[in-house]
Each structure stands twice: as structure tokens, then as C-alpha cells.
Design a protein around this ligand. Structure first.
Ligand SMILES: Cc1cc2nc3c(=O)[nH]c(=O)nc-3n(C[C@H](O)[C@H](O)[C@H](O)COP(=O)(O)OP(=O)(O)OC[C@H]3O[C@@H](n4cnc5c(N)ncnc54)[C@H](O)[C@@H]3O)c2cc1C
Length: 379
């Protein structure tokens, strides 16, 4: 049994942010990760997708925009190499996370953590061995899992956006279900590699969490790229055979349900906080409506000594907000002055630029939206 001041469960942006800050404040800190050091963001989310989007931008320049940029000759695009680059980017960033954790003297445990109670976490390793950690405080940073409509299973021709980010094989046609920021990135990548893309969204416009004026610009740009857009359409079922997948849709205008056939389906319908499979019920931590862990502004849960950050506190929490919450949790534990998450995000947003969906829950919609619009116009 090993005792720590702080144990962090999950090494995504929320978890490693909390662990590093906790160690910097002089606390003996451990972090436990079962699968993805750097979390969904660095392994199957933001980073690999951004890398693919960059490849797609280059592809767009070399194919559609050749005349505009005075490029001569025929480009040949290799999506397998674009995927390999995305994997390299991801691996490099994961190494960076380990480096930062080591530099700050955070003890790393590669294994699956399960709470036994509000002061004990059992870590199971691949070898079958289990080690028990005890702690004064713990930060729960287990993230979120993709949300799938009832009865829909991922596998085969039907994949989540996480699976897409690591799949080197291009289909001839795809239906992307969900036109939030993730679905749009998937559609952008695929259409620029010559795939026939249909984008389906239940809300009345693309990017339902952004301003309609931003969505209108994006819609125009995507239509110009050749993406078929179906807004106000709800996905009711997704089935597959050996040769194709079928998506059944119900239009919001009262029209009858109908089906579309495609080679592949990418589900980008949002996420749900991950609150099962790690003994949360043994701690007594309360959940809010919607199934996320309820916290106060300093990331305290309903149980003294237990904190929660990132996707587990609300699946739409962005990577930047998750990291900011991790820092706030650690500074609250360390009893040093801290900032509201909004302030931390604002600093980051001004420095690097930030997407509107990251800032929206913190009342920063207008500025961020304007940035997004400028970006869209530029592409
Ligand atoms: C395809 C895709 C694209 C995205 N693009 C963007 C983007 O452009 N910008 C943006 O801000 N966000 C984006 N996101 C969202 C972003 O990935 C999340 O906001 C971010 O990862 C949340 O961080 P987190 O630390 O809360 O959780 P996660 O990153 O999900 O990390 C949680 C970690 O906890 C680990 N874990 C869970 N349970 C246990 C356990 N019992 N034991 C051990 N380990 C455990 C998991 O393995 C995981 O590594 C994207 C997501 C996806 C899927």
C-alpha cells in the first residue's frame, strides 16, 4: 500500500494538468492511466484530427485551389501517409506528457484504477498484479465516451470519430452523423481526399453550439467543397451488411422516415461522462442531472477530498477547459490562490486562439465566434 497526498485517475488534459500542478505545489502525487497517456485529446481526438485537417488543407490547395495559388502539375494524395503523420504527431505529444510528468516528479501508474472507497484506489496492471494506493485527495479525470443512439453499435462499417482518427483506409462514400466541431473536421478531411460525404445534423444548422451567422458561413464553405448537408434530420437507426451501411433518418419537417446507403458511417454525436467501471459508487460521489459528476466552481465533488475535472463533469468540456479545471482543482487542494476556470481559459484563448465551443459555457461566446468566422473565411 502506497500513500500519496494526491492521486489523479485519468491522464487526459484534465488529469495531467491536475497532477503536474499538484506536484508543483509540493504534494506527493500519483497519476493512474489505463489506456491513453494524454487522454482522448492526444491519442484519438484533437491532435490526430488536427493533423489530418492540416493534410486536408494542403490537399485542398493542391487540387481544388491549384489555379488560385498558381500551382502546376498533378498532385497525388496518399491518405495512408497522412494517417501515419497523425500517429507520429500523437506519439510525439504523448512522449511530451510523460516528460512533463517525470520532470515534475509525478509517479505514473499504467493500469486500470478502481476506487475501493473515498480514500483508496486499487490499480490493476496487465500482469494481473494489483497495487493499492491511499490518498488524502483524489482528482477524478476519467473523461467521456462517445454517445451512440439506442440500438446502434460501433464496429465494422460504423465507426466513432475516435476510430476514424486512426483508420488509414478511405471509403468511397461516408455519412457523418453529427455536425458539431468534430463531425465537421471529419467531413472536411474526407471530402478533400475525394470521398463522397453526406453530413447529417438534427439541429436546424451546422455547429448547433455556435452562432447561426458562423454556421451560415461554414455551410456555404462546405457546400462549395461538395459536402451534401442534411440539417433538421434525426438519425434513428444505423445498420450494416458486408457491402454497405444504411442510415435511417427522420426529417423535422414532418416528412416520412427514409434511408440512405453508404460505404461507411462515422458517428460524431457527442459524448457522455464516463462514470462507470471504476468504483465511483463506492465513494458516494453524487451525479448531476445528465449523469456528469456534480462539482462546485473549485471542482469539489459532494465528497470531501474528492475532486472531478474535464469530460466527466460534462461531456462537452473542451480539452482547454479540462486542463484549466485540473489546475483549479490542484490549486484548491494546495490551498493557494486560484482563478476561476473562465479566467484561465481567457488567457489561453487570447494567447493561442480557441474554439467557440470551448468558451461558450463560460460566457465567452461572441469573441470566440468572431475568431472562428475569420478562420472559416480564411480557409
Ligand atoms: C475525435 C475527437 C476530436 C476532438 N477534437 C477536439 C478539439 O479540436 N478541441 C477540443 O478542445 N476538444 C476536442 N475533443 C474533445 C477532447 O478530446 C476532450 O475535451 C478532452 O480529451 C477531455 O479531457 P479529459 O482529461 O476530461 O478526458 P480524456 O482526454 O478522455 O482522458 C480521460 C483518460 O482517463 C482514462 N481513464 C478512464 N477511466 C480510467 C480508469 N478507471 N483507470 C485508468 N484510466 C482511466 C482514459 O483512458 C483516458 O485516457 C475531441 C474529441 C474527439 C473524440
Amino acid at each position: 500500500m502506497t500513500q500519496f497526498d494526491t492521486v489523479v485517475l485519468g491522464a487526459g488534459p484534465g488529469g495531467y494538468g491536475a497532477a503536474i500542478r499538484s506536484a508543483q505545489l509540493g504534494m506527493k502525487t500519483a497519476i493512474v492511466e489505463g489506456r491513453w497517456w494524454g487522454g482522448a485529446c492526444q491519442n484519438v481526438g484533437c491532435l490526430p484530427i488536427r493533423s489530418l485537417v492540416h493534410n486536408a488543407e494542403v490537399a485542398q490547395l493542391l487540387t481544388r485551389d491549384q489555379e488560385l495559388y498558381g500551382i502546376r502539375g498533378e498532385a497525388s494524395l496518399d491518405y495512408g501517409l497522412a494517417q501515419a503523420r497523425a500517429r507520429t504527431v500523437s506519439e510525439r505529444m504523448v512522449k511530451g506528457v510523460h516528460l512533463l510528468l517525470r520532470k515534475n516528479k509525478v509517479t505514473e501508474y499504467q493500469g486500470h484504477g478502481v476506487f475501493r472507497d473515498a480514500g483508496t484506489l486499487a490499480v490493476s496492471f496487465d500482469t494481473g498484479v494489483t497495487e493499492t494506493l491511499t490518498f488524502d485527495q483524489a482528482v477524478i479525470a476519467t473523461g467521456a465516451r462517445p454517445w451512440l443512439p439506442e440500438g446502434v453499435r460501433a464496429g465494422g462499417r460504423v465507426v466513432t470519430a475516435q476510430d476514424f482518427s486512426a483508420d488509414p483506409v478511405l471509403p468511397r462514400s461516408v455519412i457523418v452523423c453529427g455536425a458539431g466541431s468534430v463531425g465537421l473536421q471529419v467531413a472536411y478531411v474526407l471530402v478533400n481526399y475525394g470521398v463522397k460525404v453526406t453530413l447529417v445534423e438534427a439541429a436546424s444548422h451546422l455547429l448547433p453550439r455556435e452562432d447561426p451567422e458562423v454556421a451560415a458561413e461554414v455551410t456555404k464553405a462546405y457546400r462549395n467543397l461538395g459536402v451534401s448537408i442534411l440539417t433538421d434530420h434525426t438519425v434513428t437507426s444505423v445498420t450494416q451488411s458486408e457491402t454497405s451501411a444504411i442510415v435511417t433518418l427522420v426529417p423535422g419537417d414532418g416528412g416520412g422516415r427514409y434511408s440512405l446507403k453508404t460505404e461507411k458511417v462515422v458517428l460524431a454525436l457527442g459524448a457522455r461522462p464516463l462514470t462507470e467501471g471504476y468504483g465511483l459508487e463506492q465513494t458516494g460521489v453524487e451525479l448531476a442531472d445528465g449523469g456528469a459528476i456534480a462539482t462546485d466552481r473549485c471542482q469539489r465533488t459532494s465528497v470531501a477530498g474528492l475532486y472531478a475535472v474535464g469530460g466527466v463533469t460534462g461531456a462537452s468540456v473542451s480539452a482547454g477547459a479540462a486542463q484549466a479545471q485540473g489546475i483549479v482543482a490542484a490549486e484548491t487542494i494546495g490551498q493557494v490562490p486560484t482563478f476561476p476556470v473562465k479566467t484561465l481559459l481567457k488567457k489561453k484563448a487570447w494567447r493561442k486562439g480557441c474554439c467557440a465551443s470551448a468558451c461558450l459555457p463560460y460566457g465567452m461566446k461572441c469573441w470566440a465566434s468572431r475568431w472562428l468566422k475569420i478562420h472559416v473565411i480564411n480557409t
